[in-house]
Each structure stands twice: as structure tokens, then as C-alpha cells.
Design a protein around this ligand. Structure first.
Ligand code: SAH
Length: 356
């Protein structure tokens, strides 16, 4: 079997250097060798740990926020409950358990998961045994009805392109070959219409990132929500407006060279929340402030929830609950780096935990 490195090298030899987005797309979702296609990357034994894998409290509170938003919008009798990139299905399992007590919510929901990896779809089916799940490849495939959606660490896994400013043009950072090894290089300087607005706040040699898949995905979820009602909670690491190289490769919880062994490390980049907000507004929705995860979870009562769980625990289990609470909320851990964005129809209130 040819390795992904060999395949990429052959492609570069024949067609020339490829964009970082093409490289990331193959590394993450190549049908045979892709990182998400091949393995189970999450958890303490995997390469990285996400918020729902740290504690059940994360999915529970997201669930209660979405359920309250469903109530605030008149409790539509049938709606889509969807998740983008559900990983092992842990967040959804916690969300569903926590919302069981909300009258009518479970009868009204139709569960849809948008997942590209066949092996992760199988894991999600196991985690969500007992629920009726429909998998989809895209938001367009979801039914035309109110949409309540969550996406945790989905947008950071979408391939990015990188550009280095050169005068009033931009040179794209590409992946090429030098002495048989993958290496970064820069393409020729050219104008980039999508980066026109960045000429005002950057200087020569600054690097900016573009995530080509993020605007169309945000537009389709926002259009559904504007038309039929609903809400989206998008949680990810990143900030307002991209500046600098944020590409990161993680293997066994440690940073590695992103070009070294393609397909074996998780590749992510910071999410540019400004783009998500302007696309949501353009589609007729309102959006919340980009809110630090720690603030969002505190507003939803994570400390009270932790106290309630702590009453039943002692020893190592109690220590691990205390550590999980800190990890999710503390500004030195995930509390500040991770942000939450809420998107709703322009006429309705935001989900609890968020303000405009
Ligand atoms: N939300 C989960 C997993 C985050 S990892 C958690 O918090 O634990 C990113 C997830 O998005 C994985 O399930 C991955 O397979 C999926 N994914 C990545 N790119 C995708 C795409 N283009 N379409 C659908 N799913 C994708």
C-alpha cells in the first residue's frame, strides 16, 4: 500500500506544489489514509481531548441552552437536532440525556449528524444506541424545518489556505518537495479578491489565513435558521479576524511538524469568527458576542452542576471532576482560548449563556 506521503510526493512531482488546503484535506479525510478516516483520535489515549470528552457537563449544558432556545421559539412540534462533526458522539449523548426532562423536546426532535468519516459514523451509532439517527454529508441534506445545531471543534478541522502579503499582492504558502521531503514554499505574488479588506490592517510579510469551506457551511446553516427558526451554537478555538500562522499538528497530545508524517497527526487552525458572524448576518440571522467558553459555561451554571455531581463522588473521581471543571472554564486552560458563537433568527432571543 502506498503511503499518503508517497502519494502526495508523486502528485507534487507531476503537478507542482499544492495549496495548504489541499494538503490538509488529504491528511484529514483521504478515503484510505485520512486522519479522521483511519483512526480514533480522541480521548486521553488519543492525540487530543475535546471538551465533551473531558466532562459530561459540557454536553449537558449545551443541551439545556438549546432546549431553552427551542422553548423560547414556541417549542416547534418537529425540528432537526443536528451536530456538525460529532466525533465519538459523546456531546450528543450527554445533550440527549440532559434534555430528557424537557417536556416534548424528545418527541419533537429528529436527530441528524453530519459526519464525513465512515469509521466515526460507526462509533457514533454505538454511542447513540437507542436513538434514531440519520447521517448526512452536508447541511443542504437536512429537512426543511427548524434547525437547532451544535458544532464543537468542527470549524477548526476545515482546511485553510495561507497567504503572505507582498506589497499589495499575496503569495500563497504551498506544500512542495525538497530532496524527497515535503516542505513549505511561497507561490508567486498575485492579487487576492477575498483578502482585499485585509490590505488595510496588514503590512508586508504578514500572514493571513482563509478557510474556503467555512463561509458556505455557515451560510447554509444560517439560511435554514433564518427561514425556519432554530439556533446554532458554534464552539471552537480562535478569535476575531485571522493574523499569523495558526496551523497546528498534534500527535499524542504534543505538537509535531505538520509535514512530517501526513495523515497521522490532527491538523487544525484557529477559527476566524469575524467571517462566521458576517456570513450569518448576511443570511438574515442575528449572532451573539463571541463569548469565551469559560464565561458561557459559568453563565449556564457549570459550577452548580459540578457541585451537584461532586456530592456523589470522592477520592480520584472527585479530583478528576474538579480538574475537568477547571480545564473547561479556567482562562489559562480552555476557558479563554475557546469561544462560543450563537446564531438565531434576527427576531428571536439568543440561547441562554450568550448576549448580543
Ligand atoms: N465534535 C467532536 C469532534 C471534533 S473533531 C468533539 O468535540 O469531540 C472534528 C470532527 O469533524 C470529526 O468527527 C471529523 O470526522 C469531522 N469532520 C471534519 N471535517 C468534516 C467535514 N468536512 N464534513 C463532516 N465532518 C467533518
Amino acid at each position: 500500500m502506498t503511503s499518503l506521503l508517497d502519494q502526495l510526493a508523486a502528485r507534487i512531482r507531476s503537478d507542482g506544489p499544492i495549496s495548504l488546503a489541499d494538503y490538509m484535506a488529504d491528511c484529514l479525510l483521504h478515503p484510505e489514509h485520512g486522519y479522521y478516516t483511519r483512526q480514533q483520535p480522541f480521548g486521553t489515549t488519543g492525540d487530543f481531548t475535546t471538551a465533551p470528552e473531558i466532562s459530561q457537563m459540557f454536553g449537558e449544558l449545551i443541551g439545556l441552552s438549546l432546549a431553552q432556545s427551542w422553548l423560547d421559539q414556541g417549542a416547534p412540534k418537529v425540528f432537526t437536532l443536528a451536530e456538525l462533526g460529532p466525533g465519538r458522539g459523546t456531546l450528543m449523548a450527554d445533550l440527549l440525556r440532559a434534555t430528557r426532562a424537557v417536556p416534548g423536546f424528545h418527541t419533537a426532535l429528529r436527530l441528524h449528524l453530519i459526519e464525513a468519516s465512515p469509521s466515526l459514523r460507526r462509533t457514533q451509532a454505538e454511542t447513540l444506541q437507542g436513538y434514531e439517527v440519520t447521517w448526512a454529508d452536508s447541511i443542504e441534506a437536512l429537512p426543511q424545518q427548524p434547525l437547532f445545531l451544535v458544532a464543537n471543534e468542527f470549524f477548526d478541522a476545515l482546511p485553510i489556505r495561507q497567504f503572505v502579503r507582498d506589497g499589495d499582492g499575496w503569495r500563497e504558502r504551498c506544500v512542495g518537495l525538497a530532496e524527497g521531503a515535503l516542505c513549505f514554499g511561497l507561490g508567486p505574488a498575485a492579487p487576492q479578491p477575498a483578502l482585499e479588506h485585509r490590505l488595510a490592517d496588514t503590512k508586508s510579510d504578514d500572514l493571513v489565513e482563509l478557510c474556503p469551506a467555512s463561509p458556505p457551511i455557515t451560510a447554509s446553516l444560517a439560511q435554514r435558521i433564518a427561514q425556519h427558526g432554530g439556533a446554532a451554537l458554534i464552539i471552537d478555538y480562535g478569535d476575531w479576524r485571522s493574523l499569523g500562522d495558526t496551523l497546528q499538528a498534534l500527535k499524542s497530545h504534543a505538537p509535531v511538524d505538520p509535514l512530517l508524517v501526513p495523515g497521522t497527526a490532527d491538523l487544525t487552525a484557529h477559527v476566524d469568527f469575524e467571517v462566521l458572524c458576517s456570513v450569518a448576518t448576511g443570511a438574515g440571522c442575528s449572532h451573539s458576542r463571541v463569548t469565551p467558553q469559560g464565561v458561557f459555561l459559568e453563565r449556564l451554571g457549570i459550577t452548580e452542576r459540578a457541585r451537584a455531581l461532586a456530592n456523589r463522588l470522592e477520592g480520584a473521581a472527585l479530583d478528576s471532576l474538579v480538574a475537568a471543571h477547571r480545564r473547561l472554564t479556567h482562562p489559562d486552560e480552555m476557558g479563554n482560548l475557546f469561544k462560543v458563537l450563537g446564531i438565531t433568527p434576527a427576531t428571536t432571543s439568543l440561547p441562554p449563556g450568550l448576549i448580543s
